[in-house]
Each structure stands twice: as structure tokens, then as C-alpha cells.
Write a protein that binds this ligand. Structure first.
Ligand code: ADP
Ligand code: MG
Length: 291
């Protein structure tokens, strides 16, 4: 593996400060560092609101970076680009277009010089891969949530991105559809070797899908708490993972980390409340007046 492949995506000190109407900006994410090698799948887990989507949208170039840098395949990037494709929880398909037309929208942008027939072939190939061979001419309103998300995945992968960014892509789906789609995505990633960051709050999904799991600390100033290697080779079979004697220990260590974060958050909230109570009782009538 070349140096660029070993450090294919390099996220360095990524920081996001959102404006705060009551005072100085709030650094929601601070100094987030991660290096992904080519073809690797890294999942990011953390409590709701800690800053996972903020990190992902910054990497996608959809959310301005306050400080820090992002390098993909040796080039520093800023702003969105066809090298990075994103799948969100809802696929946001255009309701007046069929699956094929929805996928075609992106393909037209990325392969403007291909013939119409070539572009159609690309769309059909990816819709086929996600299991929609029979639904290419259906409209979103005629499809289930799971089928729509399949279109969203086909649309992202048909762009032939170097990096795929998935933000809780199966979060709205029932557990059977979710498992189906995890397998669909894994099969494609194994075949196409796309470097992937997948955000999830499902510990089992993180273990099943990724090579490494990044656990984020709670915000503000959320950052990488710990990154752990998943001890199962890819491609992997769900049953083999579940049967492995290391699986439950591994799962437990992830849950223990998240619980520790939760306790730290509770202690923080308690400390802030105590401080506020002290301040308002010290301020006496002034506090009463301002309330
Ligand atoms: N545009 C914004 N302006 C101000 N605060 C924001 C904005 N977007 C997100 N936040 C805050 O940043 C924090 C992290 O949000 P997010 O990245 O969506 O978390 P997660 O994806 O982990 O649930 C939250 O506290 C959220 O309220
Ligand atoms: Mg989110």
C-alpha cells in the first residue's frame, strides 16, 4: 500500500464552532483527528447530539470547517466534490422522477461526456446491485422506505466516489430491512473498495459493518474518544460474527464507553445546575427581577 493509500483520508484537528447568540461561539466539535486507509470502513458512534453529523458534513464539504484540514488521496479539499458521496437517513428523492431518473441526476453531472446509453447502463448496474432491478421505473411514492433508501445508496455509489459518507443510513428502517441493507452496502463496498465513514448509534451495526469503530466523546468540544479495531476479517458473515467468542466482550467495551460518556454528561449537567442555583441565590433579588 502506498503512502497515499495508507493515509487516504486524513482528517486533522477538524473543529466546528457554531455562533451562540448569548456569548462566544460554541465549539461543538474540537480537534477531531482520524486517518482512514483506502478501502477501509470506519464507523463513528456516540450519543445523540454529540457532533457526529457535524463531523460527517464537514468531511462532505457541506458544512464549513471552522479550523483544521481534510486531505483526500493526497489533496487538501474544501467544499463538496464528486470524490465524496453522502447518504443521509432520508434519501430525499425527487418524487416526480423514477428510481432510474433519480440516479441519473447525479450520473449526468459526473459523466457528462458519456453517451445517454452508457449513463443509463451505469444507473441500471447500480440499481441492480441494490436489488431494484424490477423497480427502476417506479416513483418514490410507489416504494417502501427501504426501497427508497436503496435508490439513495445506488445514487451515491453510481457517482463512483472515492469516499462514501453514510449518516445513520438505516436509522429509519425496521430491523429486517436494516440487516438486508447492511449486507447490500457491505457487498458493494467489498467489491468497489470505497473508503467509507458510517455514522450509527447502533453498536451491533458498527461492529458488523466496520474495520474500526471510532467512539466520540460528548460535546461540546466533542472529539475522538477512542478508536478500536474490529477483530473480524472482511468480508464477514453475520452469523460468524455473532458466534465469535470475542463478539460480546467487544460489544461490551463499546457500550461501557458510551455509558461512561452518559455518566460524565449527567455529572456535568448537575454541576452546571448547582452553579446556577448558587449564582442566583447569591444574586438575590437581582436574579428574581431578571427572571
Ligand atoms: N447549524 C447549527 N447551529 C448551531 N448548533 C448546531 C447546528 N447544527 C448542529 N448544532 C448543534 O451541534 C451539536 C451536534 O449536532 P449533530 O452533529 O447533529 O449531532 P449528532 O449527529 O451526533 O446527533 C448539537 O448540540 C446541535 O444542537
Ligand atoms: Mg446526526
Amino acid at each position: 500500500m502506498s503512502k497515499n493509500e495508507r493515509r487516504y483520508v486524513e482528517i486533522a484537528n477538524l473543529t466546528k464552532a457554531y455562533p451562540n447568540p448569548f456569548g462566544k461561539d460554541i465549539e461543538v466539535v474540537k480537534d477531531f483527528n482520524m486517518i482512514l486507509r483506502k478501502g477501509e470502513i470506519v464507523s463513528v458512534i456516540g450519543h445523540s447530539g454529540c457532533g457526529k453529523s457535524t463531523v460527517l458534513t464537514m468531511v462532505a464539504g457541506l458544512n464549513e470547517i471552522s479550523s483544521g484540514s481534510l486531505v483526500v488521496d493526497g489533496r487538501e479539499v474544501s467544499g463538496p466534490g464528486p470524490d465524496r458521496a453522502v447518504v443521509f437517513q432520508s434519501p430525499c428523492l425527487l418524487p416526480w422522477m423514477t428510481s432510474l431518473e433519480n440516479v441519473m441526476l447525479g450520473v449526468k453531472q459526473v459523466f457528462p461526456h458519456g453517451t445517454k446509453a452508457e449513463r443509463k447502463q451505469i444507473c441500471e448496474y447500480y440499481l441492480n446491485l441494490v436489488g431494484l432491478a424490477d423497480s427502476m421505473h417506479k416513483y418514490p411514492g410507489e416504494m417502501s422506505g427501504g426501497m427508497q433508501q436503496r435508490v439513495g445508496i445506488a445514487r451515491a455509489i453510481a457517482l463512483k466516489p472515492q469516499v462514501l459518507l453514510l449518516d445513520e443510513p438505516f436509522g429509519r428502517l425496521d430491523s429486517l430491512t436494516r440487516m438486508d441493507l447492511q449486507d447490500v452496502v457491505l457487498e458493494i463496498l467489498d467489491r468497489e473498495k470505497i473508503t467509507t465513514m458510517v455514522i450509527t448509534h447502533d453498536v451491533d451495526e458498527a461492529i458488523y459493518m466496520s474495520d474500526r469503530v471510532c467512539m466520540m466523546t460528548n460535546g461540546p468540544e466533542a472529539t475522538v474518544g477512542q478508536i478500536i479495531d474490529v477483530p473480524f476479517a472482511r468480508p464477514r458473515l453475520r452469523q460468524d460474527v455473532l458466534d465469535d467468542r470475542h463478539y460480546y466482550d467487544f460489544r461490551f467495551s463499546l457500550i461501557a464507553f458510551l455509558e461512561k460518556q452518559e455518566h460524565a454528561k449527567e455529572a456535568h449537567v448537575k454541576a452546571v445546575k448547582e452553579r446556577l442555583t448558587r449564582t442566583s441565590s447569591e444574586a438575590g433579588t437581582a436574579a428574581t427581577v431578571s427572571v
